[in-house]
Write a protein that binds this ligand. Structure first.
Ligand SMILES: Cc1cc2nc3c(=O)[nH]c(=O)nc-3n(C[C@H](O)[C@H](O)[C@H](O)COP(=O)(O)OP(=O)(O)OC[C@H]3O[C@@H](n4cnc5c(N)ncnc54)[C@H](O)[C@@H]3O)c2cc1C
Length: 388
């Protein structure tokens, strides 16, 4: 059976058109100026339905499959990683709500998230606990008809622009409870750089890449959230609820990596055909043509791993292993391919004049977020060595 239907091909065509028209002409300038993804681009993505692609039509989504989500992600990230990453947040929060939310949360919030009326951000990581999710310390203490949040989160990307922070917090202070003491909250806030001092403050973290999204350190000092914001109305389930989003998030991250690597390959190929050294285009020198051939091979391998994970997910099968293969391989592939693309540009690759440096700076994040490579390989090893 062919992997792609006519609908998939049409999705790819239409996203590519959007990216060529709206994203590619501005990506370099905005990234070099460290400016965020403009609100108009976010709104257009919302209007095109990108934030609700895989949510059911009953909940305001488009009811599409995982493969469609990967295709959209790949094409957006090919234009600018930051653009392909805006939808990640709505994907994570929406998936959490669709899988574990109360009927009211599904009815009230999901259509707004799908339509972009409510933007979201994920606040899981803490300064002292990143990979070790089960040990997170931020507290949510019962306070009248709601909860008071106290503690710190870090690396909360898009926190300034979000209306909803998806926050993992400890409702049971007993340290022996570990992951069983964690709960997930859908915390409302006003969008903007000011947050809500003194109960909620935030400061952006300077980064080497991923410039169109700002990631924030957040301090909660008694910020109140109503009881209705507890995901599914259940305390102590946050860790398990989060696990349910990992397959989608890792597939989507693999697709982002493929998109960035493809963009780097395209730019390097164009340059190699134009740049003349020793009287011929450098694409005629074997070292360069084999470099490009190797890059293309690696990209295609990562892409197929990603699509394979999508197919498994769309068949309704467990696919943490396949999503792990795709994420781990694509992350490392993107780092190698973007570095080689920069090499093809020679000295110009190191300048801000060409986009090769942007792809390279952006690609370095893939081995770190959505589960570091080390954690990813541990998850894979556990499935292969311990579960069988
Ligand atoms: C640009 C950016 C955006 C991000 N966006 C978000 C976001 O929106 N929301 C959010 O919640 N988080 C976000 N993160 C956080 C990201 O998910 C974490 O950085 C990541 O989970 C790793 O956690 P850590 O940085 O604390 O590293 P640590 O967990 O301290 O790891 C440090 C090193 O030790 C290794 N290590 C740790 N434990 C083990 C182990 N058991 N075995 C082997 N090696 C191990 C790691 O692989 C890593 O190499 C973002 C991070 C960045 C850089």
């Amino acid at each position: 059976m062919a992997l792609f239907s006519e609908i998939h091909r049409e999705i790819r065509r239409s996203v590519r058109e959007f990216v060529e028209r709206e994203v590619e002409p501005v990506a370099d300038e905005l990234d070099n100026a460290e400016r965020e993804v403009p609100p108009e681009i976010v709104q257009k993505m919302a209007d095109l339905g990108y934030f609700g692609l895989i949510f059911s039509e009953d909940h305001g989504g488009m009811g599409m499959d995982t493969l469609s989500m990967a295709l959209v992600t790949e094409e957006l990230s090919r234009g600018w990683l930051s653009v392909g990453s805006v939808m990640t947040r709505m994907l994570i929060t929406g998936t959490l709500i669709e899988a574990h939310g109360s009927d009211e949360q599904k009815r009230e919030l999901l259509p707004k998230i799908a339509s972009g009326e409510r933007l979201t951000a994920a606040a899981f990581t803490e300064p002292d606990y990143g990979s070790d999710t089960a040990s997170m310390q931020m507290r949510a203490v019962k306070d009248g008809d709601g909860y008071a949040l106290r503690g710190e989160k870090t690396w909360c990307t898009f926190a300034n622009r979000a209306h909803i922070l998806t926050v993992l917090a400890r409702t049971d202070p007993d340290p022996s409870k570990k992951h069983k003491g964690l709960s997930m909250f859908l915390v409302e806030k006003e969008p903007g750089d000011d947050f809500a001092p003194p109960e909620l403050t935030g400061s952006p973290i300077p980064t080497i890449g991923y410039k169109g999204m700002k990631s924030y350190s957040l301090a909660f000092d008694g910020y109140r959230t109503p009881a209705a914001s507890l995901l599914g109305g259940q305390e102590g389930k946050g860790f398990y609820q989060l696990m349910a989003t990992y397959e989608y998030a890792r597939i989507q991250t693999a697709a982002r990596a493929v998109g960035v690597a493809q963009a780097a390959f395209d730019a390097a190929t164009r340059y190699a055909k134009e740049r003349v050294q020793f009287g011929v285009p450098i694409a005629k020198h074997q070292a360069i043509r084999h470099k490009l051939a190797h890059m293309a091979t690696e990209i295609e391998a990562a892409r197929q791993l990603c699509y394979f994970a999508c197919t498994r997910k769309d068949e309704g099968a467990r696919c943490d292993l396949e999503a792990g293969y795709a994420k781990a391989f694509a992350a490392e592939m993107a780092e190698r391919v973007t570095s080689e693309a920069l090499q093809v540009f020679g000295g110009y690759g190191y300048s801000r004049e060409y986009p090769a440096q942007r792809y390279w700076r952006d690609a370095r994040i893939f081995r770190i977020f959505e589960g570091t490579s080390e954690i990813q390989y541990e998850v894979i090893a556990r499935r292969l060595l311990d579960d069988r």
